[in-house]
Every structure is written in C-alpha cells, then in structure tokens.
Ligand binder design. Structure first.
Ligand SMILES: Cc1cc2nc3c(=O)[nH]c(=O)nc-3n(C[C@H](O)[C@H](O)[C@H](O)COP(=O)(O)OP(=O)(O)OC[C@H]3O[C@@H](n4cnc5c(N)ncnc54)[C@H](O)[C@@H]3O)c2cc1C
Ligand code: FES
Ligand code: FES
Length: 479
C-alpha cells in the first residue's frame, strides 16, 4: 500500500501532511507552517548548524535520536519519524531542559542566533548515552558555528551534563512515542504534487517497479549533495526516489574477505564499524562534514557524485573497492578503478542504482589516509591521499595509492605505484616516487588551493607516509 500523505510524530501526536511539496525543506515547513521560529536559517547548505533539529527513529525497538540539518532535508523524508525542535525541550511545567540550563549556567550564548542549533546538537548527544568526553563533545558540535560566544563556554556547558539526571520528558514519554512510531512506520510514499513526483519505496522490488516507469528519476539518499540544487541553485527537482526509506539497503556485512555497505547506510555507522579494520578510514570520516551530515549522508551518494574531492573515494580506490550496481534485471559489480569517467561523470546508467559498496579486507597490509583542508572540521579537502601497502621482508609486495583533489576525478597514482613496486623504501625511492606524482597528476588552481600547493602537499603526504612506515608508526589493519 502506498500513500500520498506523510505521517510523523510531533509533540507526542501523529501529524499528517497531505500531498507535501517534495522540494520543500523541513526548515521552511518548521518556520512557516508550524510557525516555530526557534530553528534558524544561516547558510541553507548544511554548513553552519543554525537549522539543527533532532529526528527520532525506531531502531531495534529503541528510539535513535539524530541531529540533522533541516535546511537540506526535504519535508517528505520526515515520514515515519519523530520531529523534535528547540521549543519542545522545555518541560510542561516550564523547566528548561538540562542542556538549555547548562548553556545558561555557563554563559553559552550571546546574540543567540546559533544557540538553538547548538542546543539541539548537544541534546542529541545527551540522548545517546554519551560519556561526555572531550572528543565526543567536539564531534557533536563541529557542525555548529558561533560568531560571538566562542566555543569554550559551550564546551564547558556540555561537560557539565555528564552528571545530570537523564530522566527528561522524552524518556518519560518513550513508551508512547515508540507506540506511535510503530503505527506510522509502515508505508511507502508516492506523491504527485505541483508537477513533481516523489517516491519513497520500502523494498528493492518496489524501487524496481518505480524505475521501470520513471527512468529519469533522481536518487535521493542523505540529500547532502542533491538538495543543494534546490536550496542554492534555486532549481526544482521534478522526480525523486528516496533511497534511505529502503531498509534492505541499510546494512553492513562482513565475510572476512570484504565489508559490504548497503547503499542507504549512513556514514556515521560506517565510521563506527570500520575503525577496527581501517582506523584511518574512521579518522577521515570524523572530519567528513559534521555529525549532522554524516547522520544521513551515504558512501553511495559520495560515489555517485564522483566529486574529485569526495573523501571516501581515494580511500576506496586504494583499498580496491567495488561498487555493486543493479537495474531491473541484472546485478553488476564494477571496480571503482573503472567507475569514474570524467569530472562528476560515472559509469552509472539510467535505470541503474548503487546497491552496495564492497571494501576488501587486506589483512597483511598497512593502510593510511590523510586529509588536508583549510579548517580541521567540516571542510572540503584540498588534497586527500590514501596508501595501501603490503611489505614482505622489507620489500613492497603490493601497493595502491590514490589521491583526491589532484585531478578531475579521484584517481590512482599509477606511475608512483610503479616506482614503489618490488622496491625497498629508501630515500632515493621516495624521491623518485615524489617525482612520479608529477607524471600522474596536473592539478588545477581554485579557491581551495593553487596547483603548486596541491602538488607540494601531495608529495609531502607521500613522504610523511614513507617516514611513518620506516619509523614503524604503523596504523595497520587489526583483526
Ligand atoms: C556541509 C557539507 C559538508 C560536506 N562535507 C563533505 C566532506 O567533508 N567530504 C565529502 O566527501 N563530501 C562532503 N560533502 C558532500 C556530501 O555530503 C557527500 O557527497 C555525501 O556523501 C553525499 O551523500 P548523500 O547520501 O547525501 O547523497 P545525495 O545528496 O542524496 O545524492 C548525491 C548524488 O548521488 C546520487 N545517489 C544517491 N544515492 C544513490 C544510489 N543508491 N544509487 C545511485 N545514485 C545515487 C544522487 O542522485 C545524487 O546525484 C558535504 C556536504 C555538505 C552539505
Ligand atoms: S542553515 Fe546553515 S546548516 Fe542549515
Ligand atoms: S551566540 Fe551569536 S553566533 Fe553564537
């Protein structure tokens, strides 16, 4: 059964929106229809956190609370979820939520424009049984910008939450919320509104039926790239199929040879899972956008954009990643080496979607990755480099090196790899390998970095990697 209404939980009630506009942002709905203006618009592109709200979703019979950017979330994706706004944190008796009270106690707000966003990011951390460690706190607010207070009072406020009673109104209402979420959780959505089509199938079979009749549909996963067509380019997206509604595609499996990541699995889950196998993969993901972005964005979305500065892509290339594609009839497995054709162009054909991504497990290799950007947090790479190396008796047995930000597509450094192959890592080999990068890449200058800077950084990262393996500062693969 499909419906053209979406249902969500707000203030412990089921809300229904009939035939919503599939291009309307959640932020717009909150401010103009719900008339709740605590949630702010700053950048309208997921970069400042002023629009942060929290969504509750059922996961293993519990509510999983996630902070998201409402400015780049399309309204119909609210189907089946609980919406929590800054206005909802105050209790019925008029008491501030512990997170709000902490911000008051530690002077965490001045002009107040960013404050609702910070409060909601900290609220989601509060609800996740956080240990309130420094790293967790910084991670949870890395996607929130403040121009006047400064971050120290906010961090102090966050730390003070450690010993606070966690028994807030959301915990008290949990049973009822779960009951309501179960009631609305179970339907596929088909909306024809204002000349636009929106589909949110629940199964792959439904998706394929949709694709049969709608070959030109735009796949929407986390929407952290696609939504900017509406919010920044001010264009319409007339036909959308929402992939993150397909639970079958939200998984991480491991058969000891490779990790398989379903297309609708959020990056935040991969970040936690892959740490044990490739700690440097997690290190890079921690600097990928913000928690709000990683709570919804997917590897599939990152691959499909084929952006030269997509952070997963050099890592996956160096790990010999494969992409599993499906269309109405067939499944195809393509090596990422062959997937990117030219600037933002891939081998993905009409009617074909990314089903999953396979990340081989190299048990005897060393894998390292580095990201260079102007800011540490929530910034796009100038250069990203990944190295995957097997050394046997001091000799390099196999090597895969890939860079982002150095060409029109994320790309392997084939000439550089040839220098390393069957060699011992000596100073002269390092120099030759650095020189070979000039054959592999001719980077461009843009607002992020100049051509010369990119090449210099690429060489330096190569040298850094070699020095680290020589000094045995290895961050290897752990099983
Ligand atoms: C504030 C901000 C910070 C960011 N920081 C980073 C960063 O640090 N590093 C980085 O690499 N990127 C970053 N990005 C870019 C973006 O988050 C990533 O590219 C992300 O992985 C896209 O995934 P998504 O699920 O949101 O894709 P979407 O936006 O939903 O889709 C992106 C593209 O992929 C296609 N697509 C999605 N799913 C599928 C599928 N299953 N099959 C076929 N095609 C599909 C869509 O049609 C669309 O063309 C940032 C974006 C923002 C807004
Ligand atoms: S308004 Fe800046 S992140 Fe949404
Ligand atoms: S308090 Fe003014 S921007 Fe943060």
């Amino acid at each position: 059964m499909s419906s053209d209404n979406i249902d969500f939980i707000y203030q412990e009630k089921i809300f229904t929106i009939k035939n919503p506009d599939s291009n309307e942002t959640l932020l717009n709905y909150i401010r103009t229809k719900l008339k709740k203006t605590g949630t702010k618009e700053g950048c309208a592109e997921g970069g400042c956190g002023a629009c942060t709200v929290v969504l509750g979703e059922l996961k293993n019979n519990e509510i999983n609370y996630q902070a998201i950017n409402s400015c780049i979330t399309f309204l119909p994706t609210l189907q089946g979820k609980q919406l929590i706004l800054v206005e909802d944190l105050i209790s019925k008796e008029g008491h501030l939520h512990p997170v709000q009270q902490a911000m008051v106690n530690y002077h965490g707000s001045q002009c107040g424009f960013c404050t609702p966003g910070f409060v909601m990011s900290l609220f989601s951390m509060f609800k996740k049984n956080s240990k309130f460690k420094n790293d967790e706190i910084k991670d949870s607010i890395a996607g929130n910008l403040c121009r006047c207070t400064g971050y120290q009072p906010i961090i102090k406020a966050a730390k003070s939450l450690k010993n606070k009673n966690k028994n807030d109104q959301f915990r008290k209402n949990k049973k009822n919320t779960i009951k309501l979420l179960k009631k609305i959780n179970n339907k596929s959505i088909v909306i024809y509104s204002d000349g636009k089509k929106y589909f949110a199938p629940r199964y792959i079979t439904e998706l394929k039926k949709i694709l049969k009749k709608n070959i030109d549909v735009n796949f929407l996963s986390g929407g952290t790239d696609l939504s900017l067509i509406v919010t920044k380019e001010r264009k319409n997206i007339n036909s959308i199929v929402y992939m993150n509604s397909i639970r079958e595609l939200n998984y991480i499996k491991n058969n000891n040879k490779y990790i398989e990541v379903g297309a609708s699995t959020p990056l935040i889950e991969l970040e936690n899972y892959i740490k044990k196998y490739y700690p440097d993969f997690t290190k890079i993901l921690k600097r990928y956008g913000s928690t709000q972005i990683r709570n919804v964005a997917t590897v599939a979305g990152n691959i499909a954009t084929a952006s030269p500065i997509g952070d997963c892509l050099p890592l996956l290339l160096s790990l010999n990643g494969k992409v599993v594609l499906q269309d109405l009839k067939k499944t195809k497995i393509i090596s990422l080496d062959d997937f990117f054709i030219s600037y933002r162009k891939t081998r993905l054909q009409k009617g074909q979607f990314i089903h999953s991504i396979r990340i081989p497990l190299f048990k005897d290799n060393t894998f390292k990755a580095y990201k260079i950007s102007k800011r540490f947090d929530d910034d796009i790479s100038s250069v990203c480099a990944a190295f995957n190396l097997e050394i046997v008796k001091n000799k390099i047995q196999s090597v895969r090196i890939a860079y982002g930000g150095m060409a029109a597509i994320p790309k392997r450094a084939i000439y550089c790899e040839k220098i390393f192959s069957n060699s011992v890592v000596t100073d002269s080999i390092i120099e030759k390998a650095k020189k070979a990068l000039e054959k592999d890449f001719s980077p461009i200058s843009d607002m992020r970095a100049s051509r010369l800077y990119r090449m210099e950084v690429a060489k330096n990262l190569l040298e850094k990697f070699c020095v680290e393996i020589k000094q045995k500062k290895l961050i290897g693969v752990y099983f």
